[in-house]
Design a protein around this ligand. Structure first.
Ligand code: KG4
Ligand code: ZN
Length: 335
């Protein structure tokens, strides 16, 4: 039997310093995430300079913790997979430079990974991927429907024309005076309220594209108009109405694409995949749709982590992909 393959993943694209070790691309050995959310909260969003500083402080600590928990040393690691982009350039650089330093010092192959490929490959930690598949990627920076015919092949069939879904959640949360990141708070409120307020849905007919900025403006206008009239809007009902609009569009377009492309699996990916309403709505739709399996990772694998980067890196490594020491952070890296 061939030896197990151990990939060390590093993720520092935004506000989590994360290191994980994954066996054979499928099995998590350790998954350590140091979140900086507390430091960014009072600013209502991620402050890039603060993020970089935290990554510098945390990276060696998190690395040591991952190795210790897995009871391995660098000599046991077959490859290092690191998020190369997209993300905040100063944050990405910390992970990329740590990965290059380890690779050089211990002579371990290096593989640069796209952050969104990582989010999609989080699903490989749940089940074996079967092609063709469709992934709904919904995060703080991305909203995309990605069709995959095989490993490593990503065709973006639809994307947002303005705000990402997570960004819309965070902005709406801010107008409701909820803490950063707002997504989980809106999600919680939405479950306590009723979707009684009529808000728009940007269907962008005949495309798989999305748009959330009109919805965000409608929420802000609803609040301002009510204020001017001396009326009160019940926040939980506004949250429920906003969430209903987002989910309606995401689920309808995902179902339509899944049918059109006859995919074997639909994967949910990215931070907004943690949304309880979205998970429940997709599960309900797929109950009656027997040709396609719906895969939803646990919450810990939806938000940023390094196990997903190791899983995506494992596939690249097996296909012979290697990065050299010219590997650089690329904030606008294309999928
Ligand atoms: O993937 P992620 O951790 O970071 C990026 O790569 O962007 O996604 C973070 C985003 C934030 O906008 C956050 O508000 C959103 O995911 N999010 C949620 C939920 N949990 C996290 N949005 C809606 N409902 C949630 N439960
Ligand atoms: Zn992410």
């Amino acid at each position: 039997m061939s030896k197990d393959q151990l990939i060390l993943g590093i993720e520092t694209s935004c506000d989590e310093t994360a290191v994980a070790i994954v066996k054979n691309g499928r099995e998590i050995v350790t998954n350590v995430v140091a979140s900086q959310i507390e430091s960014h909260k009072r600013f209502g969003g991620v402050v890039p300079e603060i993020a970089s500083r935290h990554h510098v402080e945390q990276i060696t600590i998190v690395l040591e913790e991952a190795l210790t928990k897995a009871n391995v040393t660098f000599s046991d690691i077959d490859a290092i997979a690191v998020t190369q982009g997209p993300g905040l350039v100063g944050a990405l650089l910390i992970g990329v430079n740590a990965a290059k330093a380890i690779s050089f010092a211990h002579n371990i192959p290096l593989v640069g990974v796209h952050h969104i490929a990582g989010h999609i490959y989080a699903n490989q930690l749940m089940t074996e991927l079967q092609f063709p598949l469709l992934s709904l990627v919904v995060s703080g920076g991305h909203t995309e429907l990605v069709l995959m015919e095989k490993h490593g092949s990503f065709k973006v069939i639809g994307e947002t024309r303005d705000d990402a879904a997570g960004e819309a959640y965070d902005k709406v949360a801010r107008t409701l005076n909820l803490p950063y990141p707002g997504g989980p708070h809106i999600d919680r409120l939405a479950h306590e309220g009723e979707p009684t307020i009529d808000l728009p849905r940007a269907w962008l007919e005949d495309t798989y594209d999305f748009s959330f900025s009109g919805l965000k403006s409608a929420v802000i206008n609803t609040l301002h108009n009510a204020e001017q009239r001396g009326e009160t809007i019940i926040p939980k009902d506004l949250a429920a109405s906003f969430q209903a609009s987002v989910i309606d569009v995401l689920v309808t377009k995902t179902m339509r694409a899944a049918k059109e492309y006859g995919v074997k699996q639909v994967l949910l990916a990215g931070g907004v995949a943690a949304n309880k309403g979205l998970r429940a709505a997709l599960e309900k739709e797929f109950k009656e749709f027997h040709d396609t399996d719906l895969i939803i990772p646990p919450l810990s694998l939806c938000t940023d982590n390094a196990a997903m980067i190791a899983a995506a890196g494992s596939v690249l490594f097996q296909r012979g992909v290697r990065s050299n020491y010219a590997l650089n952070a690329n904030p606008g890296l294309e999928l």
